[in-house]
Every structure is written in structure tokens, then in C-alpha cells.
Write a protein that binds this ligand. Structure first.
Ligand code: ZN
Length: 134
């Protein structure tokens, strides 16, 4: 892991401990590195309606945007308590696409630090992005 990846992993693990997951018992944390070097984290927040549930990745990105971070995501790290690291779901990939570049990296990790890294276009090719609306 690079120093940045270690920071993202630590932030995601801290957030993972705060996950509100009484229905799925899937405790997820995420951390995003924004273009200015700032890091924001999030955990999944489930809801009794199920439809109101928001994943950790989206919580982290929404926090970054709402706190005024530059609207460009350089790296995303997702950590789950599953043995095999979980990748971002489709909804999260679409939200990441809004702020990603061709160079954005997605790291998936478990709590033991086993990590796999993808280039974002590799896991979400042909994404619908703001460029389509120009
Ligand atoms: Zn998701």
C-alpha cells in the first residue's frame, strides 16, 4: 500500500465501525481522495424502508461535495468485513462517474488489508457522464 492508500484504508476502517447496518449486517466503510488531497470517509447507513439506504461510497462522496471539496475524485477505497473485498455497487459506480477521471482508482479491501485495485474505467466502462449532456 502507498502512504495515501494507508490513509484511505485507515479512514475507511474508522468509518466502517460506525456503519448502521441492522438489516444486512454488512458493515462497510469508504474513503475518497479528492483532487486537492483531502480525504472524506463514510459508512453505509441503512434504513427500515430499505430504499432509503445509502452505501458508504456515496456517503463519502456526498460529504466531500457538501463540504466544498474539489469535485474530482482521484481514489476511492472501500472496505468491508467480508473476506473477499466487495466492489462498489452499480449506484455507487454511477455516482463515482460524476466526479471521476480516466485516472481514478478504485481500491477494494477487507479489514485485514487484502486489497485489489482497479482503474475506474475498467470496472465501469462506457459510463454515462456529464460529458453526454454537453
Ligand atoms: Zn453502493
Amino acid at each position: 500500500m502507498t502512504d495515501i492508500q494507508k490513509k484511505l484504508f485507515e479512514a475507511a476502517c474508522d468509518a466502517q465501525k460506525r456503519a448502521h447496518a441492522p438489516y444486512s449486517s454488512a458493515f462497510i466503510g469508504a474513503a475518497v481522495l479528492m483532487a486537492d488531497g483531502s480525504i472524506y470517509s463514510g459508512c453505509n447507513v441503512e434504513n427500515a424502508s430499505f430504499g432509503g439506504t445509502v452505501c458508504a461510497e456515496r456517503v463519502a462522496i456526498f460529504k466531500a461535495v457538501s463540504e466544498g471539496a474539489p469535485k474530482q475524485v482521484k481514489e476511492v477505497l472501500v472496505v468491508s468485513d467480508a473476506e473477499k473485498p466487495w466492489p462498489p455497487c452499480g449506484f455507487c459506480r454511477q455516482v463515482i462517474a460524476e466526479f471521476a477521471t480516466e485516472q481514478t482508482l478504485i481500491h477494494t479491501a477487507n479489514l485485514q488489508g487484502k486489497m485489489k485495485t482497479f482503474a475506474f474505467p475498467e470496472i465501469f466502462p462506457e459510463a454515462f457522464t456529464p460529458k453526454h449532456l454537453d
